[in-house]
Design a protein around this ligand. Sequence first.
Ligand code: GFB
Length: 308
Amino acid sequence: MNKDSRIYIAGHTGMVGSAILRLLKERGFTNFITSTSASTDLRNQAQVNDFFEREKPEFVFMAAAKVGGIFSNNTYRGEFLYDNLMIEANIIEASRVHHVKKLLFLGSSCIYPKMAPQPINESDLLTGPLEYTNEPYAIAKIAGIKLCETYHDQYGCNFISVMPTNLYGPNDNYDLNNSHVLPALIKKFHTAKQNNLPSVVIWGTGKPKREFMHVDDLANACLFLMNNYDEKEFVNIGYGEDITIKELAELVKNIIGFEGEIEHDLSKPDGTPRKLMDSSKLRNLGWSPSISLEHGIQTVYEEVKNRL
Ligand code: GFB
């Protein structure tokens, strides 16, 4: 990519897309193409084709998706499958038709089998059944990976895919029904501290383990791969360590300075027991993360605490 290349960031208002846009601006890129759902419905093929015809992007970061935490994934199962399939298929096909030079597609660590061996290697894809609560989202993301792979094979398109671990950072979603665990915990402990509540309720047993990465590290990895990787095989982007949800709750509790108890709502699902990714392929290509979980949560909390 040159500094004046025409770069389309699909989903630029979301947590991932906004982090990529921020990074590219910092690095001196100038020629951005963005769209909002009000102007272009990415689920609509005709609208996406018109958009590509008009804007003629050279490079595409595919960060647009319907996303959410475990409860949202499990509640809006049809929407998670349909919206994500349509968005991916429309953008990837339009990128082929309009000769995009390179496209980077973002998947998710939930594509892997529920009981995959840990840490999970890229070769573990499609070796076992998926976790039920996020099967629709995972199926859509697997379809996106396969579109990139098959377009590489059949048309020679330079479309690559990356699989990020669980992410957090600026522009996250703090709606407790739809959010992921980390913003939910920040909001819950902050609210409990402000209101002198005796306890905070977390979902499930607290035993599942998750790996968390700051979205600025993810954006950095995406730019690295956009510049240095042209293979059809997708690449895991992980932090390299995971912690239990209970440990995460203790960490957030300490950072926020809440002194009450932690209780469990066992009517809520645990989801996948563990999904630590094997990111050795990315490390061997020469990239590694730099933002520790504790520091990352501290900076996010400082930024949002007056708006929660
Ligand atoms: O982040 P999360 O919603 O998604 O939940 P997943 C992770 C774990 O935290 C689960 C527990 O075991 C939750 O039960 N948890 C505890 C909470 N308290 C809370 C809470 O207040 N809110 C939430 N949301 N969780 C999603 C997938 O899975 O991760 C997506 O559904 C995607 O498809 C995404 O892959 C990255 O890590 O379980």
